[in-house]
Design a protein around this ligand. Structure first.
Ligand code: GTP
Ligand code: MG
Length: 314
């Protein structure tokens, strides 16, 4: 299956990676077959998660970081969750694509995936697409994800270093930051530092991190950037390198790898058992019958759920 793609893939052909990624993105058995095949080659790349609210400047930052990686001779892969469809493409995405096209640089591979309309599967898919780029031999992989809902928690397992991108926008005070975002950040970026109150925002953020993270071995640094001008991006790059060095110390990197693999297994089991569970005719019928009893007030939803679970063959 897909033998010609694999051959191309192992020869380093961009078109072949692109095709394999499309199959992986569609999911199902074919996707699994590809992921199984490439697994022995996965694990060499360094993965950097870049997360934050829509419009924070993630793509602009990834662009700047990519440029610097290229200057160092590193090959780069990018998987970006695009809030709009990848086909309509935002302006920034357009810029990126043009940048890649104009330089004809095969050392940069960018893939965007739509995040709208899908609830849970997406980040898992981003991880898997990153696996393809990893097996392809990319040195650095950036995963751009939107930090809303549960997605930001997932990235924890995919990025070795996670940078949370914030902006000092009016009304956004540090106290109101979601704890989810606070917990996943290895590095905090205050982007759009050309805007008013940026320094105060960064200082507040730093105080809060010191307060909550004093027991942690790694105190996340706060880096101010003006992504559109490339300001502060070298400092961000250094912060990423420092965190990488920190991870490589004392087996932390390996620990993270193990956690990430465990998470991968449990996620697949969760998804598959759920799917199998509701596929059974018996379960569907039970649900219909019990629903009537719940609607008429004879049973509570919890009693109904427990009955459905108890009736499953073990
Ligand atoms: N003033 C200012 N604008 C910026 C800065 N960085 C990015 N922008 C602008 O902010 C807008 C959003 O930037 P993107 O890089 O697309 O942000 P994003 O976080 O990738 O957005 P989504 O992918 O849509 O979530 C663009 O118009 C950028 O030009 C900055 O440092 N200062
Ligand atoms: Mg973006």
């Amino acid at each position: 299956m897909h033998a010609e793609y694999f051959n191309g893939f192992y020869r380093g052909e961009i078109l072949a990676v692109s095709r394999l990624m499309s199959v992986v993105e569609r999911g199902g058995e074919e996707a699994e077959a590809i992921l199984n095949e490439i697994f022995p080659k996965v694990g060499r790349a360094y993965r950097v998660g870049v997360t934050g609210l829509t419009g924070a400047g993630k793509s602009t930052l990834v662009n700047e970081l990519t440029r610097r990686c290229r200057l160092r001779g590193q090959t780069v892969g990018v998987v970006a969750e695009d809030p709009t469809s990848p086909f309509s493409g935002g302006a920034i995405l357009g810029d990126r694509v043009r940048m890649q096209d104009s330089t004809g640089d095969e050392g940069v591979f960018i893939r965007s995936i739509a995040s709208r309309g899908s609830e849970t599967g997406l980040s898992a898919c981003a991880n898997e697409l990153a696996d393809v780029l990893d097996a392809f031999g990319r040195d650095i992989i950036f995963l751009e994800t939107i930090g809303i809902g549960q997605l930001e928690y997932r990235i924890r397992y995919s990025g070795h270093t996670t940078a949370v991108v914030l902006t000092p926008d009016a009304g956004d005070d540090v106290q109101s930051l979601k704890s989810g975002l606070m917990e996943i950040g290895d590095i905090f970026v205050v982007n759009k530092a050309d805007r008013a109150h940026a320094q105060r925002y960064a200082d507040d953020l730093r105080s809060m991190l010191e307060l909550t993270g004093s027991s942690r071995e790694w105190l996340p640094p706060v880096v101010n950037t003006v992504a559109v001008k490339g300001e502060g991006v070298d400092e961000l790059m250094e912060a990423i390198e420092r965190h990488r060095a920190y991870l490589s110390d004392g087996g932390r990197f390996e620990q993270k790898r193990i956690e990430s693999l465990q998470n991968r297994i449990t996620t697949v089991v969760d998804e598959k058992t759920k799917e199998l569970f509701w596929k059974r005719d018996h379960t569907k019928r039970m649900l219909e019958d019990l629903l009537e009893e719940v609607v008429s007030g004879q049973k509570s939803p919890y009693q109904a759920a427990n009955e459905i679970i108890a009736a499953q063959p073990r």
